[in-house]
Design a protein around this ligand. Sequence first.
Ligand SMILES: [Zn+2]
Length: 232
Amino acid sequence: MANKTAHVMVVTPHPDDAEFGAAGTVAAWVRRGKEVVYVVCTNGNKGTTDPNMTPERLARMREKEQLEAAKVLGVREVVFLRHPDQGLEDTSEFRKQIVRLIRIYRPRIVITADPYRKYFWHRDHRITGQVTLDAVFPYARDRLSYPELLLDGLEPHRVDEILLWASEDVNYCFDVTDTFDLKMKALYCHVSQVGDWPRGDLENWLRERCRTAADGKEYELAESFHREEVLY
Ligand SMILES: [Zn+2]
């Protein structure tokens, strides 16, 4: 198998979530020469209020938007799993897809949505976060998990750390002062999602959020995460 390893794997429920949650961090890592791969779990085909939009057209648009956003950020590769929007379940099959990708790309860091937000939290976000955590530990690590992957030449892989965006239990901030503009540029690629927001409003809201996240730090803007090292 060709060497596809990436330093960072971002597992996003829908196209656009990774840009909201982690694009500034991703862009900073790319600038430092790190390889980043995106895994987009659903096709986002329910994310519209437009009565004239069809699910098929929306899915096609959102894939294109995600590719454009990834290009802006310098993400090397985008893998689309194309599950239906609002259709994710915590199944062995979905978990195996993520384990397979972790074993192919062998990332040091995995970034995804925090599954433990209380109350209203998009079900796809909760399930993506939970399945990705489980895939990182213990399934990607353990030789006898999904033994058919071994037969495909996919050796176990130990991820070093996981970062969860949209966390209510923040313990880690990343300086995005120099990449905030790229984050916005990538976000604006998702026209089907943010096209109706007055540009200034979206940018001001996010800038304020990043400024609050950096409160007390020596830099101006941050993205915030819950970070866990995988110690086992
Ligand atoms: Zn989402």
